[in-house]
Design a protein around this ligand. Sequence first.
Ligand code: OSB
Ligand code: MG
Length: 376
Amino acid sequence: MPPESFTMRIESIVLRELKMRLKAPFETSSEVTWDRRVLLIEAGADGVRGWGEITAAENPFYNAETTDTAWHVVRDFMVPLVLGKSVASATEIQSLLDPIRGHEMAKAGVENAIWDIEAQQKGLPLARLLGGTLPEVPCGVSIGIQDSIATLLAKIDSELRAGYQRVKLKIKPGKDLAIVAAVRQHYPEIKLMVDANSAYRLEQIELLRAFDQYDLMMIEQPLAWDDIYQHALLQAQLRTPICLDECIHNPSHADAAINMGACRIINIKLGRVGGHTQAKQVHDICVRNSIPVWCGGMLESGIGRAHNIAMSALPGFVLPGDVSASQRYWEEDIIEPEVEVSSAGTIRVPETPGLGYDIRRKRVEELTVRQEHWHP
Ligand code: OSB
Ligand code: MG
């Protein structure tokens, strides 16, 4: 039985940077990633350890955060705000960090580690503590920009054989309509979507309207990373649903985007919206407005992936997400068991307390290139 008045005193924080090489380079409209600089938070409260991942990229080409800005903000501003504090629930971390503007991914790493602790202390799977109900989550894949259509078709073929339920293609100007046309011709029936990562301008409306002929589930973030209004102008002229990714940093952005008609689908990324508390709020707004959601990915290690799976058990996550098997990214992940996807294209939500995966501490240490440790 959990004690009547439950509190967690945050008595230690460890920040680590791991160097992890992806199995293959991943290309979007704005960058190519091969060596990931993964930041992990390990928090301790009342003898229990919880883990979170900061999903910032190495450079500020997806959002404004980077590995190094996150390190700076955690060390110089977040640790002093949370270390030694007692909280009754992980949601309170959000208010402790509230004075800090932006830096959602850094905040999420810290807050999510405390969620892991709370779930362990209460003996609940994190998914259940968050309010998740789904026993398994549907999975798709995000395929980076490829050198040739032949290579892309071969990749799609192997992902479909593995069971993945939908395919997302990264696109950019010059690598867009012809590629989508070729894929659609080979696979007339598959659930297909594209992600532009903000590579287009509203003036390219004719090109963007041409996507309407390919029966796409959605076009993700075609316009500027911070411009909801222009997406509303575009959505009014597109039949294909727009899905916002980069634009949505908090519940208020989701509310604005939905009310403006800027999107018909939202991709929720835990890091981008500042952690589980705000992710759940964005989810709830979407459910109230009949906007389907799915879980996006940031090429996470197993720890970020485990948090994504827990969040994806919330009932509004009705579309296949970008959360896929550990083996698609890493020769060896840092959790065990690794994340596996069934032949039906689903991941089972763990039923053991906390994240539901063990941390391979030895592997974490081997991959660590720097760390800092704080006690009150
Ligand atoms: O826009 O969804 C995106 C990866 C890095 C940065 C942005 C995005 C992505 C992905 C990959 O699409 C998702 C994944 O497989 O983790
Ligand atoms: Mg995206």
